[in-house]
Design a protein. Structure first.
Length: 288
């Protein structure tokens, strides 16, 4: 019998629990469908406004503006195992928010291979800070800024939620008014022990500082946590334990489980105002 490396997992089982394609054989089909839906949304809404939020070429963000003045802003952080993903493929959900009266903002950011996990977190925090500082320039209300993310983007969103905005950016400590964390990773211990350590340079500092569940005292806003019924077992456990921890400190708004959907299908429910995530996100923004 193989030795256990985390909970009841041996190494092979833990590696598989952090390998989403093993649990979603239609991954490529769903990603192609979302990309096509993003192209169609851009055709209807028009090209997004593009802004630079940092000094490097990748540090730009797409803004799909709503015509409603002084509107809330949702910043959405894409997934991709920290190794891939593009802002342009996240337009599939833009209409849900634009039609409801919110701006949909999607940053691009470097991969873990280029800047490390701490570099990625620094970039997305810089992106959200830029939006807080410049929301009024595209009709947004800086006092109604929200962040969401899926998969590795859910991990990044968790780290945005535990940011010390006053100390790090000179912003109000409650700069972010709510979060939507979908099928993410919130404690990096098991991830560090998995095959993902072959491309993520973990150390004790990275594991601790970038595990949002270990810094709940810094969260000032309500958080919606969601995961798919067919997510891998570790992504389900991570979401349940993050939600339970948030509940203990009074920051959990809602825990959502999407029965019958896998890791790559659950974000598609953002694309409908009556979808499981679309409804919850709009309610979080005060538009439901």
């Amino acid at each position: 019998m193989s030795d256990k490396v985390f909970l009841d997992y041996d190494q092979a089982a833990l590696d598989r629990a952090y390998d989403q394609p093993s649990w979603a054989p239609n991954m490529q089909e769903v990603l192609q469908r979302r990309a096509a839906a993003s192209d169609a949304a851009r055709a209807r809404l028009g090209a997004p406004r593009r802004f630079a939020y940092g000094p490097t070429s990748i540090e730009g963000l797409d803004v799909y503006p709503t015509p409603r003045p002084n509107a809330p802003v949702m910043v959405f952080l894409h997934g991709g195992a920290w190794r891939g993903g593009e802002a342009r493929h996240q337009a599939y959900a833009a209409e849900t928010f634009v039609r409801a009266g919110a701006h949909w903002v999607v940053p691009d950011f470097a991969t873990v291979l280029d800047v490390g996990l701490d570099g990625m977190v620094a970039q997305v925090r810089r992106a959200v800070a830029w939006v807080a500082q410049h929301a009024a320039s595209f009709g947004g209300d800086p006092g109604r800024l929200y962040v969401g993310g899926h998969s590795s983007g859910g991990h990044l969103a968790g780290n945005v939620l535990v940011t010390d905005w006053a100390a790090d950016f000179g912003l109000p400590s409650d700069a972010v008014k709510g979060g939507l964390c979908v099928s993410g990773m919130y404690d990096l211990r098991a991830v560090r022990l998995s095959a993902r350590s072959s491309y993520v340079k973990f150390d004790d500092g990275i594991e601790h500082e970038l595990s949002p569940v270990r810094h709940l005292a810094r969260i000032t806003a309500p958080v919606v946590v969601a995961y798919a019924g067919r997510d891998s077992p570790e992504f389900q456990r991570q979401s349940r334990e993050f939600a339970a921890a948030l509940q203990e400190v009074g920051r959990l708004r809602e825990l959502i489980v999407a029965p019958g959907l896998n890791h790559f299908e659950i974000p598609e429910t953002l694309a409908r105002p009556d979808g499981l995530l679309g409804r919850a996100a709009l309610a979080l923004l005060g538009l439901g």
